[in-house]
Ligand binder design. Structure first.
Ligand code: MLT
Ligand code: ZN
Length: 460
């Protein structure tokens, strides 16, 4: 290892390599402090060529590389194991925005650019980079791509995958593949970039990307409604789709447990009733009449008793305050104590029945737990997080919840990925031929198994 560290220092210079224990600490563990690891060192390349050099040197030494962006993931996909023999490759120095084309609606950005800075740069060019989630102030573009991040506006713009037009990748043997084409249509051969998006750094390392931008809608309407139950929230979704059409860019469900946690740990209170379920709807359009349409949705929902109260934000500031309630749920949950997270999706129409059944299964199989359910109802994606005491068995709880997910034909990871957290569960829930296919892809692209081993797929 000492020899490899010396070579890495030669290749990267002193600023490009961290070896002191105190410097390694932030890269060794995830932000929730659930997946502790111990890297041999942290390589901080400043260019694509330096990333390639790190990968080549590690390969020659037979040492595994763990790519890391903002380290905001929820599945432990970006932290090393505890062996002290893995090199963390931090993309944090590759921050350049290489180009913005406001007419062609694209931006070319390096992997280590913080998502919010990329959004702001797009904003300065009068355009919108629509991927958005609570951790965007620290998450990096490369990590969002490697995880195929979802977030708060998937209902309109799709997952990160839908925004990636081109990728620059470093392969496991150090080859740089430049696919930074800003094309909307490109059927010339395999669309190989799709393999790397969502592969969590196990097939190659994203160093830069061409992202799709959109025109910034002139009007935004944000409303928070108190609803009697998830079935009413579902009816509200249909009403909103009929009245607001494609302008809906967020449709979030928040339980009363979530709101109680946010009140306790962030001191934020809902303006529309303290108890029961809430729905946060946001629509945006450049056409006139959006506000009137949103008011109509609110009035109809109240009239049909699918909402018991509601508020339509009067200003950007008020809209931000409504979003703060939703975006503080995860951090409040972390402050509350230990939780077993589930990031599930089921067909949208099945959400009320899923919530009922999962609640009943947990009450019977894991008494004493509390459910903190919230999430992206418009995408069928619920964060069905279970607050537990030390005596509770996390694996047993996973099996109970994922069993219900299976019964509804759902997925055990809608947007957070598999990382190290869900490796065993993935093997239980995917068909054997799907796992075998994934292994063939892994073997073809990373034959020595040195790219983020043990993530997504169990080590073979
Ligand atoms: C969110 O949507 O806030 C996060 O993806 C969810 C979580 O903390 O489980
Ligand atoms: Zn989410």
């Amino acid at each position: 290892m000492a020899d490899l560290i010396a070579r890495l220092r030669d290749a990267l210079g002193p600023a490009g390599l961290l070896t002191d224990a105190a410097d390694l600490e932030p890269f060794a563990i995830d932000w929730r402090r659930i997946f502790p690891g111990r890297p041999a060192c942290v390589a901080r390349p400043a260019s694509t060529d330096q990333v390639a050099a790190v990968v080549r040197l590690c390969r020659e030494a037979g040492v595994a590389v763990v790519p890391q962006g903002g380290n905001t993931g929820l599945a432990g996909g970006a932290v090393p194991d505890a062996s002290g023999r893995q090199v963390v490759l931090s993309l944090g120095r590759m921050t350049a925005i290489r180009a913005i084309d406001p007419v062609g609606l694209t931006m070319t950005v390096e992997a280590g650019c913080v998502l919010r800075l990329a959004q702001e740069a797009a904003g300065r060019a009068g355009r919108l980079l629509p991927v958005s989630f609570a951790a965007e102030g620290s998450a990096m573009v490369g990590g969002a791509i490697a995880a195929n991040a979802g977030g708060l506006n998937v209902v309109r713009y799709g997952m990160t995958r839908g925004l990636v037009l081109g990728l620059e990748i470093v392969l496991a043997d150090g080859t740089v593949v430049d696919g930074l084409r800003a094309l909307r249509k490109d059927n010339a051969g395999y669309d190989w970039k799709q393999l790397f998006i969502g592969s969590e750094g196990t097939l190659g390392i994203v160093t830069a990307a061409v992202l799709r931008l959109v025109a910034r809608p002139r009007h935004v309407a944000t409303a928070l409604l108190a609803v009697p139950d998830p079935a009413a929230a579902l009816r509200l979704l249909t009403l909103a789709q009929e009245e607001l059409g494609d302008s809906i860019q967020g449709f979030e469900l928040i339980s009363d447990t979530s709101l109680a946690l946010v009140a306790r740990h962030h001191g934020l209170a809902s303006p529309v009733g303290a108890k029961g379920w809430h729905v946060l709807i946001e629509a945006a359009s450049s056409l006139p009449g959006l506000r009137e349409a949103a008011e109509g949705v609110l009035a109809t929902a109240l009239e049909r008793e699918d909402a018991t109260d509601g508020v339509l934000a009067e200003s950007g500031q008020q809209a931000a305050a409504l979003w703060a309630l939703r975006e503080s749920v995860t951090e409040s949950e972390a402050r509350e104590g230990r939780s077993v997270k589930h990031d599930v999706s089921v067909p949208i129409t099945a959400i009320p029945a899923f919530l009922d059944e999962a609640g009943a299964v947990l009450a019977a199989g894991a008494p004493g737990t509390r459910v903190n359910a919230f999430g992206h109802m418009g995408d069928g994606n619920i964060h069905y997080n279970v607050l537990v005491e030390p005596a509770h068995d996390a694996d047993a709880i996973n099996r109970l919840v994922h069993g219900v997910v299976d019964r509804f034909g759902g997925s055990i990871s809608a947007e957070h990925g598999i990382g190290q957290y869900r490796v065993a569960e993935l093997a239980r829930h995917k068909r054997p031929e799907e796992i075998a296919l994934a292994r063939r892809i892994k073997a073809a692209l990373d034959p020595d198994g040195l790219l983020n081993p043990g993530k997504v797929l169990a080590r073979s």
